[in-house]
Design a protein around this ligand. Structure first.
Ligand code: ADP
Ligand code: ASP
Ligand code: MG
Length: 409
């Protein structure tokens, strides 16, 4: 129907984790429909379905081919999209479920970490014109050579924002199991505070530093295409139509501190990272590391390098590839020594104006030292301070830093 606002809503794994939860999501969709919106709904796989599929794969194969992993994992989202469409049909709402491929989500060809290149979306638009709710399987697409791909863990958020941008939606609402974006993971810091608005640039940093609430690429997309992004809970009761949440948008202010004082919006740890420490045969062969990362399309986080030494974090799921590559580079005489270790975890404080003086960094290091967490490695930039902390102290470090910067609000 012309003239109605188009919304993209995304429901994460816990929001569609059981038949009852799927019913609840269907009820919420009915409400949004009755409020006069056109709806595209992106769903994740039910509960832990993706983890279970991965485990299953490793029970039949020592080294499952990435292509077949994508065939397998995309099935998770197929289940939930079909079930949600059935639940809507029961409620008299006309809907259609579409896979990523049917929705025309075209990606690069790298299995398990494909990137969206463009979205045709013809079938989505057509179904919207027929006044249907369109349910799209999150986290998946298809390459130019018609291979099914996935976008990386947590990628349904990115599907939702990409669709919102491509379809010109008014906003994108991410429904999850918490009421918005908090100053720290509420599971780790129960009294953390919820932000009602956050600017894109800070949310990009928060997402990149381990706050699992939004897939980092989804926030980057929202910023690039200026899509207003909401994070809300799907677990609140349905009578409160004006449910609260966090709105991520351009130009929102976050702090009422002194105009030029530093301010903090988030504290997080990122336990999905591994630490790599290596020595090169000659300082000039540092390019061999970048070459591998570029070709394999694996990320290097927070690299630091000087005089033949190199240190950085990698994503846990790329561990096997890194080890294979480092082994080969050692054999070929580029690398003299390497270690991939789970000992260190990056703990970050995100905010503004961190480097105008040493105040914020000093508070980070001092408060951790007072809890006998001694910081010997880290980095600071205007928006982020990151320190390396032993894995078994990471949660405690987040609690200590949150206490330091938010003092029991
Ligand atoms: P979904 O299945 O809906 O995608 P996720 O598990 O990916 O949900 O993301 C929601 C979780 O993110 C929350 O349960 C919470 O524990 C975690 N989280 C981590 N950091 C934050 C934060 N700063 N604010 C809110 N939630 C956070
Ligand atoms: N089901 C996928 C995962 O668990 C994608 C997502 O939930 O966003 O990673
Ligand atoms: Mg998620």
């Amino acid at each position: 129907m012309k003239g109605m606002a188009l919304l993209v809503q995304k429901y994460g794994g816990s929001s569609v984790g059981s038949p009852e939860r799927i019913q609840a999501v269907a009820d919420r969709i009915v409400l949004s429909r009755n409020a006069g919106h056109q709806l595209v709904v992106v769903v994740s796989a039910m509960g832990n379905a993706t983890d279970e599929l991965i485990e299953l794969a490793h029970r039949v194969s020592r080294n499952p081919p990435l292509r077949e992993m994508d065939m397998l994992l995309t099935a998770g989202e197929r289940v939930s999209m079909a079930l949600l469409s059935m639940a809507l049909s029961d409620r008299g709402v006309s809907s259609v479920s579409l896979t990523g491929s049917q929705s025309g989500i075209i990606t690069t060809s790298s299995h398990r970490r494909a990137r969206i290149q463009k979205i045709y979306g013809d079938r989505v638009r057509h179904a919207l014109d027929e006044d249907r709710v369109v349910i799209v399987a999150g986290f998946q697409g298809v390459s130019e050579s018609k291979e099914v791909t996935t976008l990386g863990r947590g990628g349904s958020d990115t599907t939702a924002v990409a669709l919102a941008a491509a379809l010109g939606a008014e906003s994108c609402e991410i429904y999850t199991d918490v009421q918005g974006v908090f100053s720290a993971d509420p599971r780790v810091v129960p009294h953390s505070r919820r932000w009602s608005t956050l600017p894109y640039d800070l949310m990009v940093e928060i997402a990149h530093r381990g706050a699992g609430v939004l897939h980092p690429r989804s926030v980057e997309l929202a910023r690039r295409f200026d899509v207003p992004l909401w994070v809300r809970s799907s677990f609140t009761s349905l009578d409160s139509l004006s449910i609260e949440g966090t709105k991520i948008m351009s130009g929102s202010k976050i702090s009422d501190r002194g105009m030029e004082e530093f301010s903090v919006v988030g504290v997080s740890s990122d336990e999905s990272k591994l630490w790599v420490d290596l020595e090169l045969m000659r300082p000039t062969v540092v390019g061999s590391i970048w070459d591998f990362a570029r070709q394999a399309q694996v990320a290097i986080h927070q690299p630091s390098f000087s005089e033949g030494k190199m240190r950085f974090f990698i994503d846990q799921e790329t561990e096997a590839e890194w080890k294979k590559a480092l082994e080969k580079l050692t054999y070929e005489g580029f690398v003299s020594k390497y270690e991939v270790s789970s000992h260190w975890v990056p703990v970050s404080v995100v905010g503004e104006r961190f480097t105008q003086d040493g105040a914020a960094l000093c508070q980070v290091v001092d408060s951790l030292a007072r809890s006998s967490i001694f910081v010997t490695m880290g980095a600071a930039s205007p928006l982020v301070i990151t320190v390396n902390v032993p894995r078994n102290r990471a949660k405690e470090a987040v609690q200590v830093l949150h206490e330091t910067f938010f003092q029991k609000i």
